[in-house]
Design a protein around this ligand. Structure first.
Ligand SMILES: Cc1cc2nc3c(=O)[nH]c(=O)nc-3n(C[C@H](O)[C@H](O)[C@H](O)COP(=O)(O)OP(=O)(O)OC[C@H]3O[C@@H](n4cnc5c(N)ncnc54)[C@H](O)[C@@H]3O)c2cc1C
Length: 510
Protein backbone atom coordinates (compact mmCIF):
# COMPACT_ATOMS: atom_id res chain seq x y z
CA UNK A 1 0.00 0.00 0.00
CA UNK A 2 1.51 3.30 -1.04
CA UNK A 3 0.43 6.84 -0.40
CA UNK A 4 -0.84 8.77 -3.38
CA UNK A 5 -0.09 12.35 -4.39
CA UNK A 6 -3.20 14.41 -5.01
CA UNK A 7 -3.82 18.08 -5.38
CA UNK A 8 -5.69 17.84 -2.07
CA UNK A 9 -3.25 16.60 0.53
CA UNK A 10 -1.10 13.54 0.79
CA UNK A 11 -3.11 10.44 1.70
CA UNK A 12 -1.68 7.88 4.15
CA UNK A 13 -3.11 4.69 5.52
CA UNK A 14 -2.38 5.63 9.13
CA UNK A 15 -1.62 8.97 10.78
CA UNK A 16 -0.14 8.72 14.28
CA UNK A 17 -0.24 11.66 16.67
CA UNK A 18 2.54 11.57 19.26
CA UNK A 19 6.21 10.63 19.09
CA UNK A 20 6.50 8.99 22.48
CA UNK A 21 7.12 5.27 22.80
CA UNK A 22 3.55 4.30 21.97
CA UNK A 23 3.25 6.46 18.84
CA UNK A 24 6.70 5.46 17.59
CA UNK A 25 6.03 1.78 18.32
CA UNK A 26 2.71 1.79 16.49
CA UNK A 27 4.21 3.68 13.53
CA UNK A 28 7.04 1.14 13.23
CA UNK A 29 4.71 -1.84 13.47
CA UNK A 30 2.25 -0.39 10.93
CA UNK A 31 4.94 0.61 8.45
CA UNK A 32 6.55 -2.83 8.67
CA UNK A 33 3.20 -4.41 7.75
CA UNK A 34 3.16 -2.47 4.50
CA UNK A 35 0.91 0.43 5.54
CA UNK A 36 1.86 3.97 4.57
CA UNK A 37 2.37 5.88 7.81
CA UNK A 38 2.65 9.50 8.90
CA UNK A 39 3.76 10.35 12.43
CA UNK A 40 3.81 13.83 13.94
CA UNK A 41 5.35 14.89 17.24
CA UNK A 42 4.76 18.42 18.50
CA UNK A 43 8.17 18.66 20.20
CA UNK A 44 11.19 16.38 19.97
CA UNK A 45 10.77 12.58 19.96
CA UNK A 46 10.45 11.30 23.56
CA UNK A 47 10.35 14.89 24.84
CA UNK A 48 7.72 14.08 27.47
CA UNK A 49 6.82 10.94 29.45
CA UNK A 50 8.95 8.59 27.40
CA UNK A 51 12.22 10.20 28.53
CA UNK A 52 11.14 10.70 32.16
CA UNK A 53 10.74 7.07 33.21
CA UNK A 54 12.69 4.86 35.62
CA UNK A 55 14.04 3.18 32.46
CA UNK A 56 13.10 -0.34 33.49
CA UNK A 57 11.83 -3.14 31.32
CA UNK A 58 10.14 -4.88 34.17
CA UNK A 59 7.24 -7.10 35.03
CA UNK A 60 6.49 -4.85 37.98
CA UNK A 61 6.78 -6.98 41.10
CA UNK A 62 4.48 -4.68 43.02
CA UNK A 63 1.65 -4.93 40.45
CA UNK A 64 1.18 -8.51 41.66
CA UNK A 65 -0.24 -7.00 44.86
CA UNK A 66 -2.95 -5.43 42.71
CA UNK A 67 -3.61 -8.78 40.98
CA UNK A 68 -2.48 -7.39 37.58
CA UNK A 69 -1.45 -10.86 36.35
CA UNK A 70 -2.17 -10.16 32.67
CA UNK A 71 0.00 -7.07 32.67
CA UNK A 72 2.81 -8.74 34.65
CA UNK A 73 2.89 -11.82 32.42
CA UNK A 74 2.99 -9.75 29.23
CA UNK A 75 5.62 -7.41 30.68
CA UNK A 76 7.83 -10.25 31.94
CA UNK A 77 7.83 -11.87 28.50
CA UNK A 78 8.85 -8.60 26.88
CA UNK A 79 12.10 -8.46 28.87
CA UNK A 80 13.72 -11.17 26.77
CA UNK A 81 12.09 -9.99 23.53
CA UNK A 82 13.43 -6.45 23.91
CA UNK A 83 16.82 -7.67 25.12
CA UNK A 84 17.17 -9.57 21.84
CA UNK A 85 15.74 -6.74 19.71
CA UNK A 86 17.98 -4.01 21.08
CA UNK A 87 20.97 -5.49 22.94
CA UNK A 88 22.76 -2.13 22.72
CA UNK A 89 20.19 -0.10 24.68
CA UNK A 90 18.63 -2.86 26.82
CA UNK A 91 20.60 -4.82 29.41
CA UNK A 92 19.81 -7.26 32.22
CA UNK A 93 19.75 -5.78 35.71
CA UNK A 94 19.71 -7.62 39.04
CA UNK A 95 17.56 -6.10 41.77
CA UNK A 96 18.23 -6.43 45.49
CA UNK A 97 15.16 -6.18 47.68
CA UNK A 98 16.09 -5.51 51.32
CA UNK A 99 13.62 -7.26 53.56
CA UNK A 100 11.66 -5.13 56.03
CA UNK A 101 9.41 -7.64 57.81
CA UNK A 102 6.95 -5.07 59.18
CA UNK A 103 6.06 -3.99 55.62
CA UNK A 104 5.72 -7.29 53.79
CA UNK A 105 6.29 -10.72 55.37
CA UNK A 106 8.98 -12.96 53.81
CA UNK A 107 6.43 -15.57 52.67
CA UNK A 108 4.58 -12.91 50.68
CA UNK A 109 7.73 -11.75 48.92
CA UNK A 110 8.81 -15.33 48.23
CA UNK A 111 5.40 -16.09 46.74
CA UNK A 112 5.61 -12.94 44.60
CA UNK A 113 9.09 -13.83 43.39
CA UNK A 114 8.01 -17.39 42.62
CA UNK A 115 5.26 -16.01 40.38
CA UNK A 116 7.70 -13.49 38.92
CA UNK A 117 10.13 -16.29 38.02
CA UNK A 118 7.45 -18.44 36.42
CA UNK A 119 4.71 -16.20 34.98
CA UNK A 120 6.61 -15.04 31.90
CA UNK A 121 9.09 -16.64 29.53
CA UNK A 122 12.63 -16.46 30.88
CA UNK A 123 15.45 -17.75 28.70
CA UNK A 124 18.60 -15.90 29.72
CA UNK A 125 17.65 -13.98 32.85
CA UNK A 126 18.54 -15.80 36.10
CA UNK A 127 15.82 -16.53 38.67
CA UNK A 128 15.38 -15.06 42.14
CA UNK A 129 17.17 -16.06 45.37
CA UNK A 130 17.41 -15.11 49.04
CA UNK A 131 20.32 -13.04 50.33
CA UNK A 132 22.11 -12.32 53.60
CA UNK A 133 23.96 -9.02 53.86
CA UNK A 134 27.39 -8.93 55.52
CA UNK A 135 29.33 -6.15 57.17
CA UNK A 136 30.41 -4.73 53.78
CA UNK A 137 26.84 -4.18 52.65
CA UNK A 138 26.09 -0.50 51.86
CA UNK A 139 22.75 -0.98 53.63
CA UNK A 140 22.27 -0.11 57.29
CA UNK A 141 23.43 -2.78 59.71
CA UNK A 142 19.89 -3.66 60.85
CA UNK A 143 19.00 -4.74 57.28
CA UNK A 144 20.42 -8.26 57.25
CA UNK A 145 18.31 -10.19 54.80
CA UNK A 146 16.80 -9.70 51.41
CA UNK A 147 16.07 -11.14 47.99
CA UNK A 148 17.46 -10.79 44.51
CA UNK A 149 15.71 -11.06 41.14
CA UNK A 150 16.12 -10.06 37.47
CA UNK A 151 14.62 -7.39 35.25
CA UNK A 152 16.10 -5.18 32.52
CA UNK A 153 17.23 -1.61 32.03
CA UNK A 154 16.59 0.45 28.87
CA UNK A 155 17.58 3.82 27.50
CA UNK A 156 13.98 5.05 27.25
CA UNK A 157 14.48 8.04 24.92
CA UNK A 158 16.66 6.03 22.55
CA UNK A 159 14.05 3.25 22.46
CA UNK A 160 11.64 5.84 21.04
CA UNK A 161 14.15 7.16 18.48
CA UNK A 162 15.01 3.62 17.33
CA UNK A 163 11.33 2.86 16.80
CA UNK A 164 10.93 6.07 14.81
CA UNK A 165 13.96 5.05 12.73
CA UNK A 166 12.48 1.58 12.20
CA UNK A 167 9.26 3.26 11.03
CA UNK A 168 11.21 5.49 8.63
CA UNK A 169 13.18 2.53 7.30
CA UNK A 170 9.85 0.94 6.40
CA UNK A 171 8.79 4.07 4.53
CA UNK A 172 7.03 6.12 7.25
CA UNK A 173 7.10 9.92 7.22
CA UNK A 174 8.17 11.13 10.66
CA UNK A 175 7.72 14.85 11.31
CA UNK A 176 8.99 16.23 14.59
CA UNK A 177 8.19 19.71 15.89
CA UNK A 178 4.87 19.38 14.10
CA UNK A 179 1.67 19.66 16.09
CA UNK A 180 -1.64 18.23 14.97
CA UNK A 181 -4.08 21.08 15.55
CA UNK A 182 -7.23 19.25 14.57
CA UNK A 183 -8.60 16.33 12.61
CA UNK A 184 -12.00 15.80 11.09
CA UNK A 185 -13.68 12.93 9.29
CA UNK A 186 -14.35 13.50 5.61
CA UNK A 187 -16.18 10.57 4.00
CA UNK A 188 -13.72 7.66 4.12
CA UNK A 189 -10.69 9.50 5.47
CA UNK A 190 -9.43 11.86 8.14
CA UNK A 191 -8.28 15.36 7.30
CA UNK A 192 -5.49 16.57 9.63
CA UNK A 193 -4.42 20.17 10.14
CA UNK A 194 -0.78 20.41 11.20
CA UNK A 195 1.48 23.22 12.33
CA UNK A 196 5.29 23.30 12.24
CA UNK A 197 7.39 25.09 14.85
CA UNK A 198 7.85 28.08 12.49
CA UNK A 199 4.08 28.56 12.39
CA UNK A 200 3.62 27.24 8.85
CA UNK A 201 0.63 24.97 8.37
CA UNK A 202 -0.16 22.03 6.12
CA UNK A 203 -2.67 19.19 5.82
CA UNK A 204 -2.55 15.49 5.24
CA UNK A 205 -5.23 12.86 4.88
CA UNK A 206 -5.31 9.41 6.45
CA UNK A 207 -7.56 6.36 6.31
CA UNK A 208 -7.07 5.77 10.05
CA UNK A 209 -6.08 8.06 12.90
CA UNK A 210 -4.12 6.91 15.95
CA UNK A 211 -4.14 9.21 18.96
CA UNK A 212 -1.00 8.37 20.96
CA UNK A 213 -0.69 11.81 22.53
CA UNK A 214 0.11 10.38 26.00
CA UNK A 215 -0.80 12.95 28.67
CA UNK A 216 -2.69 14.92 25.99
CA UNK A 217 -4.77 11.98 24.72
CA UNK A 218 -8.08 13.11 26.20
CA UNK A 219 -7.41 16.78 25.51
CA UNK A 220 -6.77 16.02 21.84
CA UNK A 221 -10.09 14.17 21.57
CA UNK A 222 -11.91 17.08 23.17
CA UNK A 223 -10.15 20.02 21.51
CA UNK A 224 -8.60 18.55 18.34
CA UNK A 225 -11.54 16.32 17.44
CA UNK A 226 -14.35 18.15 19.23
CA UNK A 227 -15.60 14.88 20.75
CA UNK A 228 -16.12 13.55 24.24
CA UNK A 229 -13.23 11.40 25.51
CA UNK A 230 -14.32 7.81 26.29
CA UNK A 231 -12.06 7.61 29.35
CA UNK A 232 -10.74 10.06 31.84
CA UNK A 233 -7.00 10.25 32.11
CA UNK A 234 -5.23 10.44 35.48
CA UNK A 235 -1.95 12.31 35.37
CA UNK A 236 0.31 10.82 38.03
CA UNK A 237 3.56 12.69 38.46
CA UNK A 238 6.78 10.79 39.07
CA UNK A 239 10.19 12.31 39.73
CA UNK A 240 13.78 11.10 39.87
CA UNK A 241 17.04 12.31 41.37
CA UNK A 242 20.54 11.72 40.01
CA UNK A 243 23.28 11.65 42.67
CA UNK A 244 26.95 10.59 42.64
CA UNK A 245 27.28 6.81 42.76
CA UNK A 246 25.84 5.70 46.09
CA UNK A 247 27.29 2.17 46.24
CA UNK A 248 29.62 -0.21 44.41
CA UNK A 249 28.27 -2.98 42.21
CA UNK A 250 26.14 -3.32 39.10
CA UNK A 251 22.85 -4.16 40.80
CA UNK A 252 19.87 -1.96 41.59
CA UNK A 253 17.99 -1.75 44.89
CA UNK A 254 14.22 -1.84 45.24
CA UNK A 255 13.41 -0.11 48.52
CA UNK A 256 10.14 -0.57 50.35
CA UNK A 257 8.87 2.55 52.04
CA UNK A 258 6.61 2.85 55.09
CA UNK A 259 3.70 3.95 52.84
CA UNK A 260 4.11 0.58 51.01
CA UNK A 261 5.35 2.35 47.87
CA UNK A 262 8.66 1.33 46.41
CA UNK A 263 11.60 3.44 45.29
CA UNK A 264 14.46 2.27 43.07
CA UNK A 265 18.16 3.09 43.37
CA UNK A 266 19.70 2.22 40.01
CA UNK A 267 23.32 2.41 38.82
CA UNK A 268 23.41 5.09 36.14
CA UNK A 269 26.09 5.91 33.52
CA UNK A 270 28.92 4.39 35.61
CA UNK A 271 29.33 7.40 37.88
CA UNK A 272 25.83 8.02 39.20
CA UNK A 273 22.85 6.52 40.97
CA UNK A 274 19.32 7.19 39.74
CA UNK A 275 16.71 7.39 42.51
CA UNK A 276 12.98 7.28 41.87
CA UNK A 277 10.14 7.46 41.71
CA UNK A 278 7.23 9.21 43.36
CA UNK A 279 3.50 8.94 42.62
CA UNK A 280 1.36 12.02 43.05
CA UNK A 281 -1.75 13.34 41.43
CA UNK A 282 -0.96 16.12 38.94
CA UNK A 283 -3.40 18.72 37.65
CA UNK A 284 -1.22 21.19 35.74
CA UNK A 285 0.14 21.40 32.21
CA UNK A 286 2.02 18.14 31.45
CA UNK A 287 4.71 20.12 29.60
CA UNK A 288 5.51 22.13 32.76
CA UNK A 289 5.92 19.28 35.27
CA UNK A 290 8.80 19.84 37.75
CA UNK A 291 9.96 17.91 40.80
CA UNK A 292 8.51 19.40 44.01
CA UNK A 293 10.32 20.06 47.28
CA UNK A 294 8.18 17.39 48.94
CA UNK A 295 9.12 14.77 46.34
CA UNK A 296 12.81 15.57 46.74
CA UNK A 297 12.54 15.17 50.53
CA UNK A 298 10.56 11.95 50.14
CA UNK A 299 13.13 10.32 47.84
CA UNK A 300 16.08 11.38 50.00
CA UNK A 301 14.32 10.10 53.11
CA UNK A 302 13.64 6.65 51.62
CA UNK A 303 17.28 6.28 50.58
CA UNK A 304 18.55 7.55 53.94
CA UNK A 305 16.37 5.03 55.77
CA UNK A 306 18.13 2.20 53.92
CA UNK A 307 21.73 3.17 53.18
CA UNK A 308 24.63 3.80 55.54
CA UNK A 309 25.75 6.67 53.34
CA UNK A 310 23.40 9.60 53.96
CA UNK A 311 22.30 11.94 51.19
CA UNK A 312 21.44 15.61 51.47
CA UNK A 313 20.08 18.06 48.92
CA UNK A 314 23.66 19.10 48.10
CA UNK A 315 24.26 15.65 46.61
CA UNK A 316 21.64 16.13 43.88
CA UNK A 317 23.31 16.61 40.50
CA UNK A 318 20.17 16.57 38.39
CA UNK A 319 16.49 15.72 38.64
CA UNK A 320 13.67 15.11 36.20
CA UNK A 321 9.96 14.66 36.34
CA UNK A 322 7.19 13.31 34.13
CA UNK A 323 3.51 12.43 34.25
CA UNK A 324 2.15 8.97 33.67
CA UNK A 325 -0.90 9.21 31.45
CA UNK A 326 -2.94 6.52 33.21
CA UNK A 327 -6.40 5.30 32.41
CA UNK A 328 -8.67 6.56 35.18
CA UNK A 329 -9.90 3.51 37.10
CA UNK A 330 -11.14 5.63 40.04
CA UNK A 331 -8.50 4.26 42.45
CA UNK A 332 -8.10 6.43 45.53
CA UNK A 333 -4.36 5.73 45.77
CA UNK A 334 -2.19 7.06 42.87
CA UNK A 335 0.17 4.04 43.22
CA UNK A 336 -2.76 1.69 42.69
CA UNK A 337 -4.08 3.19 39.43
CA UNK A 338 -3.66 0.48 36.81
CA UNK A 339 -0.47 0.57 34.71
CA UNK A 340 -2.23 -1.49 32.05
CA UNK A 341 -3.31 0.06 28.76
CA UNK A 342 -6.67 0.48 27.10
CA UNK A 343 -7.15 0.92 23.37
CA UNK A 344 -10.35 2.65 22.39
CA UNK A 345 -11.55 2.23 18.81
CA UNK A 346 -14.23 4.59 17.61
CA UNK A 347 -15.81 4.07 14.22
CA UNK A 348 -19.31 3.81 12.88
CA UNK A 349 -19.81 1.66 9.75
CA UNK A 350 -18.31 3.39 6.73
CA UNK A 351 -16.39 5.88 8.87
CA UNK A 352 -12.59 6.04 9.07
CA UNK A 353 -11.45 4.70 12.47
CA UNK A 354 -9.97 6.56 15.41
CA UNK A 355 -7.83 4.52 17.80
CA UNK A 356 -6.88 6.18 21.09
CA UNK A 357 -4.20 4.89 23.46
CA UNK A 358 -4.82 5.28 27.19
CA UNK A 359 -2.11 4.32 29.66
CA UNK A 360 0.61 1.77 29.03
CA UNK A 361 4.22 1.25 30.01
CA UNK A 362 7.49 1.48 28.16
CA UNK A 363 7.89 -2.26 28.78
CA UNK A 364 4.72 -3.22 26.95
CA UNK A 365 4.90 -0.75 24.04
CA UNK A 366 5.55 -3.51 21.47
CA UNK A 367 2.61 -5.59 22.63
CA UNK A 368 0.44 -2.48 22.79
CA UNK A 369 1.46 -1.69 19.19
CA UNK A 370 0.54 -5.22 18.07
CA UNK A 371 -2.81 -4.90 19.80
CA UNK A 372 -3.37 -1.52 18.12
CA UNK A 373 -2.68 -2.99 14.68
CA UNK A 374 -4.97 -5.91 15.44
CA UNK A 375 -7.77 -3.41 16.12
CA UNK A 376 -7.05 -1.66 12.81
CA UNK A 377 -6.71 -4.91 10.80
CA UNK A 378 -10.37 -5.01 9.64
CA UNK A 379 -9.82 -1.67 7.88
CA UNK A 380 -6.68 -2.86 6.04
CA UNK A 381 -7.31 -6.38 4.73
CA UNK A 382 -3.97 -6.54 2.88
CA UNK A 383 -2.00 -5.63 5.97
CA UNK A 384 0.91 -7.95 6.87
CA UNK A 385 1.10 -10.08 10.05
CA UNK A 386 2.87 -9.32 13.37
CA UNK A 387 6.60 -8.99 12.73
CA UNK A 388 8.25 -6.99 15.50
CA UNK A 389 8.99 -9.75 18.03
CA UNK A 390 11.95 -11.28 16.25
CA UNK A 391 13.34 -8.31 14.31
CA UNK A 392 16.13 -6.13 15.72
CA UNK A 393 15.69 -2.41 16.16
CA UNK A 394 18.17 -0.20 14.25
CA UNK A 395 21.66 -0.87 15.61
CA UNK A 396 20.62 -4.18 17.14
CA UNK A 397 21.50 -6.00 13.93
CA UNK A 398 24.59 -8.18 13.93
CA UNK A 399 25.68 -7.55 17.47
CA UNK A 400 25.76 -9.66 20.62
CA UNK A 401 26.51 -7.11 23.32
CA UNK A 402 27.91 -3.61 23.47
CA UNK A 403 31.14 -4.62 25.24
CA UNK A 404 32.11 -6.97 22.40
CA UNK A 405 31.08 -4.38 19.83
CA UNK A 406 33.24 -1.71 21.51
CA UNK A 407 36.23 -4.06 21.26
CA UNK A 408 35.49 -4.69 17.57
CA UNK A 409 35.21 -0.97 16.89
CA UNK A 410 38.65 -0.44 18.42
CA UNK A 411 40.12 -3.36 16.49
CA UNK A 412 39.23 -1.54 13.28
CA UNK A 413 39.87 1.99 14.59
CA UNK A 414 42.75 1.69 17.03
CA UNK A 415 42.79 5.48 17.57
CA UNK A 416 39.24 5.40 19.03
CA UNK A 417 39.31 6.20 22.77
CA UNK A 418 37.93 3.26 24.79
CA UNK A 419 35.36 5.53 26.45
CA UNK A 420 34.03 6.77 23.11
CA UNK A 421 33.98 3.28 21.57
CA UNK A 422 31.96 2.03 24.55
CA UNK A 423 29.54 4.95 24.51
CA UNK A 424 28.91 4.64 20.77
CA UNK A 425 28.48 0.85 21.03
CA UNK A 426 25.97 1.31 23.85
CA UNK A 427 24.10 4.13 22.10
CA UNK A 428 24.17 3.20 18.44
CA UNK A 429 24.90 -0.52 18.39
CA UNK A 430 26.06 -1.68 14.97
CA UNK A 431 25.08 1.72 13.50
CA UNK A 432 28.31 2.96 15.14
CA UNK A 433 30.07 1.59 12.04
CA UNK A 434 28.19 4.22 9.99
CA UNK A 435 29.36 6.95 12.33
CA UNK A 436 32.90 5.82 11.62
CA UNK A 437 32.56 5.64 7.83
CA UNK A 438 35.34 7.72 6.27
CA UNK A 439 36.75 8.63 9.68
CA UNK A 440 40.45 7.77 9.81
CA UNK A 441 41.56 9.44 12.99
CA UNK A 442 40.53 11.79 15.80
CA UNK A 443 41.04 14.77 13.47
CA UNK A 444 38.11 13.58 11.33
CA UNK A 445 35.71 13.78 14.29
CA UNK A 446 35.50 17.56 13.88
CA UNK A 447 34.92 20.20 16.54
CA UNK A 448 35.12 18.93 20.12
CA UNK A 449 32.34 20.18 22.40
CA UNK A 450 33.35 18.51 25.67
CA UNK A 451 33.28 15.03 27.22
CA UNK A 452 33.43 12.71 24.19
CA UNK A 453 31.08 14.75 21.97
CA UNK A 454 32.36 15.86 18.55
CA UNK A 455 30.77 17.43 15.49
CA UNK A 456 30.75 14.07 13.71
CA UNK A 457 28.24 12.67 16.20
CA UNK A 458 26.20 15.88 16.33
CA UNK A 459 25.88 15.86 12.53
CA UNK A 460 24.91 12.16 12.57
CA UNK A 461 22.20 12.89 15.16
CA UNK A 462 20.85 15.78 13.10
CA UNK A 463 20.88 13.77 9.89
CA UNK A 464 19.74 10.38 11.15
CA UNK A 465 17.91 10.93 14.43
CA UNK A 466 15.88 14.15 14.05
CA UNK A 467 18.03 16.12 16.53
CA UNK A 468 17.64 19.90 16.12
CA UNK A 469 18.39 21.59 19.41
CA UNK A 470 21.14 21.12 21.98
CA UNK A 471 18.65 19.64 24.49
CA UNK A 472 17.69 16.89 22.02
CA UNK A 473 21.33 15.78 21.98
CA UNK A 474 22.29 16.48 25.60
CA UNK A 475 19.28 14.90 27.31
CA UNK A 476 17.54 12.50 24.92
CA UNK A 477 19.85 11.13 22.16
CA UNK A 478 22.52 10.98 24.87
CA UNK A 479 22.83 12.03 28.51
CA UNK A 480 25.91 14.15 27.84
CA UNK A 481 24.12 17.03 29.56
CA UNK A 482 25.44 15.48 32.77
CA UNK A 483 29.03 15.77 31.51
CA UNK A 484 29.25 19.02 29.51
CA UNK A 485 29.64 22.24 31.48
CA UNK A 486 27.58 25.36 30.74
CA UNK A 487 30.18 26.88 28.42
CA UNK A 488 30.51 23.62 26.45
CA UNK A 489 26.73 23.32 26.13
CA UNK A 490 26.64 26.91 24.87
CA UNK A 491 29.19 26.05 22.19
CA UNK A 492 27.01 23.16 21.04
CA UNK A 493 24.05 25.53 20.94
CA UNK A 494 26.03 27.98 18.81
CA UNK A 495 27.12 25.19 16.44
CA UNK A 496 23.53 24.00 16.00
CA UNK A 497 22.24 27.55 15.81
CA UNK A 498 24.28 28.73 12.85
CA UNK A 499 21.99 29.27 9.92
CA UNK A 500 24.24 27.24 7.69
CA UNK A 501 24.07 24.26 10.01
CA UNK A 502 20.31 24.53 10.48
CA UNK A 503 19.65 24.58 6.77
CA UNK A 504 22.15 21.78 6.24
CA UNK A 505 20.38 19.69 8.86
CA UNK A 506 17.06 20.46 7.29
CA UNK A 507 18.27 19.44 3.85
CA UNK A 508 19.88 16.27 5.12
CA UNK A 509 17.11 15.53 7.61
CA UNK A 510 15.34 12.22 7.17
C1 LIG B 1 8.05 8.72 36.56
C2 LIG B 1 7.73 7.64 35.59
C3 LIG B 1 8.42 6.43 35.64
C4 LIG B 1 8.13 5.41 34.73
N1 LIG B 1 8.88 4.29 34.76
C5 LIG B 1 8.64 3.31 33.86
C6 LIG B 1 9.47 2.16 33.83
O1 LIG B 1 10.47 2.06 34.55
N2 LIG B 1 9.17 1.19 32.94
C7 LIG B 1 8.11 1.29 32.09
O2 LIG B 1 7.88 0.35 31.36
N3 LIG B 1 7.32 2.39 32.08
C8 LIG B 1 7.58 3.40 32.93
N4 LIG B 1 6.81 4.53 32.92
C9 LIG B 1 5.70 4.62 31.98
C10 LIG B 1 6.15 5.07 30.59
O3 LIG B 1 7.16 6.04 30.67
C11 LIG B 1 4.95 5.62 29.84
O4 LIG B 1 3.90 4.71 29.86
C12 LIG B 1 5.26 5.91 28.38
O5 LIG B 1 6.44 6.67 28.25
C13 LIG B 1 4.09 6.66 27.74
O6 LIG B 1 4.40 6.88 26.40
P1 LIG B 1 3.40 7.63 25.46
O7 LIG B 1 3.94 7.50 24.08
O8 LIG B 1 2.01 7.16 25.69
O9 LIG B 1 3.43 9.16 25.98
P2 LIG B 1 4.52 10.29 25.74
O10 LIG B 1 5.89 9.81 25.82
O11 LIG B 1 4.17 11.46 26.60
O12 LIG B 1 4.28 10.68 24.22
C14 LIG B 1 3.14 11.39 23.77
C15 LIG B 1 3.64 12.42 22.78
O13 LIG B 1 2.54 13.00 22.09
C16 LIG B 1 2.90 14.31 21.73
N5 LIG B 1 1.70 15.06 21.39
C17 LIG B 1 0.66 15.33 22.22
N6 LIG B 1 -0.28 16.04 21.55
C18 LIG B 1 0.17 16.20 20.27
C19 LIG B 1 -0.35 16.84 19.11
N7 LIG B 1 -1.54 17.46 19.12
N8 LIG B 1 0.38 16.82 17.98
C20 LIG B 1 1.58 16.19 17.95
N9 LIG B 1 2.14 15.58 19.03
C21 LIG B 1 1.43 15.58 20.17
C22 LIG B 1 3.62 14.80 22.98
O14 LIG B 1 4.47 15.90 22.69
C23 LIG B 1 4.36 13.57 23.45
O15 LIG B 1 5.72 13.56 23.06
C24 LIG B 1 7.10 5.58 33.78
C25 LIG B 1 6.42 6.80 33.72
C26 LIG B 1 6.75 7.83 34.59
C27 LIG B 1 6.07 9.16 34.47
Amino acid sequence: MTHSHTSLAELYDVAVIGGGINGAGIAADAAGRGLSVFLCEQDDLARHTSSASSKLIHGGLRYLEHYEFRLVREALGEREVLLAKAPHIVRPLRFVLPHRPHLRPAWMIRAGLFLYDHLGTRKTLPGSRSLRFGARSPLKAEIRRGFEYSDCWVDDARLVVLNAMAAREHGAQVQTRTRCLSASRNLDHWHLQLERADGSRFSIRARALVNAAGPWVARFIEIGLQQKAPHGIRLIQGSHLIVPRLYEGEHAYILQNEDRRIVFAIPYLERFTLIGTTDREYQGDPAQVRISEAETDYLLAVVNRHFKRQLSRDCILHSYSGVRPLCNDESADPSAVTRDYTLELSSNPGEPPLLSVFGGKLTTYRRLSEAALERLAPFFPQMGPCWTAGKPLPGGEQMSDSRTLAIQLREHHAWLAPELAQRWATSYGSRAWRLLEGVDGPGDLGEHFGASLHAREVDYLCMQEWAREAEDILWRRSKLGLFLNAEEQERLRAYLGTTARQSECRVLAP
